[in-house]
Structures are given as C-alpha cells and as structure tokens.
Design a protein around this ligand. Sequence first.
Ligand SMILES: [Zn+2]
Length: 59
Amino acid sequence: MSRLVNCPHCGAECAFGAENPWRPFCSERCRLIDLGAWASESYRVPVGEEPDPGGVEPL
Ligand SMILES: [Zn+2]
C-alpha cells in the first residue's frame, strides 16, 4: 500500500510509491509543468555537468 500525497502542482491526491513514477506529482504533465517553471532554462545544461550554484554568467 502506498500512502497518498497531494500533487504540489494541482493538489490532486496521488500515490507516493513505486507505481507512480512522477511522485510526488500526480502525472507526468504536472511534473513537467512544475519543474519547467524553474528548470526551463536549465535544459541546455549538459547532463553530468552541474550548473554554477548562484553563478551569474557574464553576457
Ligand atoms: Zn497534479
């Protein structure tokens, strides 16, 4: 049995367990929307290379 959590994006109840790959979100859509809100600029960062924490690039 998985416990239920509320989706941080839409508030819907969803399972917080292995059967929910998008936990703690209720769906892939909510996950993408919520993460995309702050990570949209980070998709250009190559995998394996950590973004500069708090760094501001010149230009
Ligand atoms: Zn949701």
